[in-house]
Design a protein around this ligand. Structure first.
Ligand code: AMP
Ligand code: ZN
Length: 119
């Protein structure tokens, strides 16, 4: 069923605490944890606890939870001291765009100069 945990999904396993993660914050609907391979001084992933393959699927099915993810991303950025300097929220969508984990997640990146357009 839509949103249900998937047995073969790494981020569902992190939600279930079957795989460890460095948790930054948690809400009823979201979890924020540090990326294991950080691309910037701050690199936090914010995920919905419910399983959706990507951000668009999440927003289509659960717009309120999609909003929760965005709010949490902003709160994490402020908590990491990026409120003044700025930060980037990225949702890679599809393997051609670099998505490797097919459980929706926002990358929150900051703490260094961020080029635009990204590579
Ligand atoms: P994406 O390539 O956009 O799907 O992002 C997946 C992200 O998950 C990558 O930045 C990985 O470094 C990160 N990642 C993979 N495994 C883990 C893990 N066990 N804990 C934290 N982050 C992870
Ligand atoms: Zn999942």
């Amino acid at each position: 069923m839509a949103g249900e945990p998937q047995a073969d999904c790494l981020f569902c396993k992190i939600v279930a605490k079957e795989v460890p993660a460095t948790v930054v914050s948690e809400s009823e609907t979201t979890l924020a944890f540090r990326d294991i391979n950080p691309q910037a001084p701050t690199h936090v992933l914010v995920i919905p606890k419910a399983h959706y393959a990507d951000a668009a699927a999440l927003a289509a099915a659960e717009p309120q939870i999609a909003g929760d993810v965005l709010r949490e991303a902003g709160e994490v950025a402020v908590g990491e001291g990026l409120g003044e300097t700025g930060y980037r929220i990225v949702f890679n969508t599809g393997s051609g765009a670099g998505q490797t984990v097919f459980h929706a997640h926002a990358h929150v990146l900051g703490g260094r100069g961020l080029n635009w357009p990204p590579g």
